[in-house]
Design a protein around this ligand. Structure first.
Ligand code: ASP
Length: 351
């Protein structure tokens, strides 16, 4: 009897601490974090965002289910999101104070820890593909500005006129930002459509809307990527965390994959993506524990204006189990594992 009791107790204990079974493949996606609240997101816009996040899962999940690589899934999903004007990446990116779209992206292959990144590019339609080309077809990890564009051209990546990235919504956000900072309003880029000045019904996500994907494929390979237009009204060639390996993006097979979004200055100072992975690798923290710790650390920092660090992360552990964390009221986010139900969430309090 006593033996039976002991056996039952040990089985129960094992169940309580056993991690969830590892999925065959999995993918987690974000579309930016920020002040996204129910009060300022119309039902139409909310359903557009949820549909876009579901599409991201469909695209990535389709590639992973058919045996494709995590790297291909990350690139394909981010390319679609770069084309979608809802997100601050590619078309729909935020503007600099000079009225330009300067785009940043990075990608990392967890199998080899090869990585590639571009920053401050203005004519590459899909910055994530340029980042991948830097990783696979150059001896470098990060290229910036005109040099990155020359390289992308040499690799026959698609080029567009700078006005391709223009959206009225982001232009109005720029005007608001510049007025608030007493800065002059520049001319819109040559060739930008002149749309009627409709009242904006968008959430105050003007700093955010970056996109990121982490995927785990059927071969056990993890990849992560991030793409952004940065922050509205940025100046002086400012670059955030998205193209910085170890800050906005990191992937290492058997350990982790991370993509971050938020005020990049804080994420660079913390080295967010690498710190999450290091906590998992050396402290034995779960993906959720590591994500929570690092977001708390970001929130404890202040900038010169006394503002706290804000943003969020998506994480996969070495076996494809997901976690996310944020200290903002919302983050567009979605997750799917082989054979599972899709999860699409926006507000921080959604479970
Ligand atoms: N992290 C990005 C940056 O600082 C912005 C964002 O995530 O929305 O450039």
């Amino acid at each position: 009897m006593r033996a039976l009791l002991a056996l039952t107790l040990s089985v129960l204990a094992a169940c309580a601490i056993a991690p969830e079974p590892a999925p065959r493949w999995s993918i987690v996606v974000h579309g930016g974090a920020g002040i996204i609240e129910r009060a300022n997101l119309t039902p139409e816009l909310e359903s557009q965002y949820r549909a876009a996040m579901q599409r991201a899962l469909d695209t990535g999940g389709g590639i992973l289910e058919s045996g494709g690589s995590s790297l291909d899934a990350v690139e394909a999903v981010i390319r679609e999101m770069e084309d979608d004007p809802l997100f601050n990446a590619g078309r729909g990116a935020v503007f600099t104070a000079e009225g330009r779209n300067e785009l940043d992206a990075s990608i990392m292959d967890g199998r080899t820890r090869a990585a590639g990144a571009v920053a401050g590019v203005t004519t590459i339609r899909h910055p994530i593909s340029a980042a991948r080309a830097v990783m696979e077809r150059s001896r470098h990890v990060m290229l910036v500005g005109e040099g990155a564009e020359t390289f992308a051209r040499s690799q026959a990546l698609e080029e567009v006129a700078p006005s391709y990235f223009f959206t009225e919504r982001r232009w109005q956000q720029l005007e608001e930002n510049l007025r608030a900072n007493n800065l002059p309003i520049p001319e819109p880029p040559a060739g930008a459509p002149s749309a009627p000045r409709a009242e904006l019904a968008y959430p105050d996500d003007h700093q955010f809307g970056t996109v990121g994907v982490v995927a785990y494929d059927q071969h056990g390979n993890i990849a992560a990527g991030t793409s952004t237009g940065g922050t509205t009204g940025k100046r002086w060639g400012r670059v955030g965390d998205a193209p910085i390996i170890g800050a906005g993006t990191y992937a290492q097979n058997g350990i982790c994959g991370v993509s971050a979004t938020g005020t990049g200055e804080f994420f660079i100072r913390v080295g967010v993506a690498r710190d999450i992975c290091a906590r998992m690798q050396f402290n034995g923290e779960s993906a959720q524990e590591a994500a929570d710790h690092v977001i708390a650390d970001v929130g404890a920092l202040r900038n010169n204006a006394g503002q706290p660090g804000d943003g969020g992360v998506i994480v996969l552990d070495g076996e494809g189990r997901f976690a996310w964390a944020m200290n903002t009221p919302g983050m567009y986010r979605a997750q799917l594992s082989a054979g599972g139900e899709p999860v699409v969430q926006i507000f921080a309090d959604e479970q």
